[in-house]
Design a protein around this ligand. Sequence first.
Ligand code: NAD
Length: 283
Amino acid sequence: MDIINSYFELADGNRMPREGFGVYKITDQTILNQSIQAAYQTGYRLFDTAQMYGNEAMLGNALKDLDVNRDELFITTKVSEANQGYDQTVKSVQQSLKDLQLEYVDLLLVHWPIHQHFFETWRAFEDLKKMGLTKSIGTSNYGMGHLQLLATKAREMPTVNQLERHPWFNQSAMIKFDQDNHIITQAWAPLGRGRMMSNPSLVSIAESHEKSVAQVILRWQLQSDIAFIPKSSHTERIQENASIFDFELTSDEIKQIDSLNQNTRISQEPELVYELGHQYPHN
Ligand code: NAD
């Protein structure tokens, strides 16, 4: 098994690579072009952006530069809080596609749940799928309550729920809930933004496998049966992060990594974003 051949089948019948490439904070065209080239050559096929990242047009240029068949790529974008609501969602996705220079995305996500436009945004998502502007629809940062609420009116449920997930915030209950509801969990900040690279337990496991801590964390994500989208703009790390299919963590090592959970988020609390209708200043 390797990165190119490792897929999940989604509930709607489409396929999604298990490991993808995140482009948050890469906002320089040259660096983005180099990163996308290196990632594609390494075997990444899923590229994850968002309206909020301000780099959809740059990603569009970088993908055009790759000059590969559209069906070789799996492109995700996300509708920002400011663009939620039926008409605004449709309009903003049309603009995203223009910027990305694509006729469709493979996966469209609601970036954060907000109460103001909760059902209308999703109705637009269902229609955008019917219109062929996205192959699959999903959510991001939705908790159990948000998904249960959505189910009261949705004609079609999300196929993917993209969540913050790393050894300090392992989301085991949420992953189980997604699994029980045929939703693939996709981890964002799967490396915890690089903050746990000197953790002694992780270092010791990495040494025993002659792998890096980043590879151990990503292998833990893989063995947790979820999808994940690490980000790096360095070719060596891009390759390193994909070289995780040639070793296996023991169940004891998995337990050890699970036990590092501190239930601490790097980013926003979804319930507050839902309440406020937008993201809020945080560390
Ligand atoms: P990440 O966990 O992928 O961490 C990236 C950082 O880890 C890099 O900037 C670098 O500092 C470090 N790193 C990467 N590879 C390394 C290696 N091999 N060795 C040592 N350090 C390494 O964090 P992220 O970028 O926040 O998350 C990944 C992607 O998830 C984003 O790019 C974005 O596409 C997506 N995302 C989604 C949401 C959401 O709300 N849905 C939020 C944040 C990010």
